[in-house]
Write a protein that binds this ligand. Structure first.
Ligand SMILES: [Zn+2]
Ligand SMILES: [Zn+2]
Length: 97
């Protein structure tokens, strides 16, 4: 019974994610920032043959900026932005504005 509940919970989370909070994606090569609820196309990266997208966090009202690449994003309350895929260095260093 516990297992069934767990499966149901996981299923509901999957549904919520696919129904889609829009998220920020940043390409590690060209620094392009896009807002989407699914991974954007990797074609036509101006800096490299293909974009390499990294998810930052879901979109919201809180401004954050990376002190290394200068990219600014607006994230969900209490979101923790991912530090992987910074175009300026290997890791973003996000500061809440
Ligand atoms: Zn790119
Ligand atoms: Zn950065």
């Amino acid at each position: 019974m516990k297992k069934l509940l767990l499966v149901m919970a996981v299923g509901m989370v999957a549904l919520c994610v696919s129904a889609g909070d829009a998220k920020y994606y940043i390409c590690k090569y060209c620094g392009t920032k896009v807002v989407k609820n699914a991974t954007p196309s990797n074609l036509h990266c101006p800096a490299h043959t293909f974009h390499q997208w990294y998810v930052v966090a879901p979109v919201g009202p809180v401004p954050w900026q990376c002190e290394r690449c200068g990219i600014q994003v607006y994230l969900k309350e209490r979101a923790t932005p991912s530090n992987t895929g910074c175009p300026a260095n290997s890791f973003h260093r996000w500061n809440k504005q």
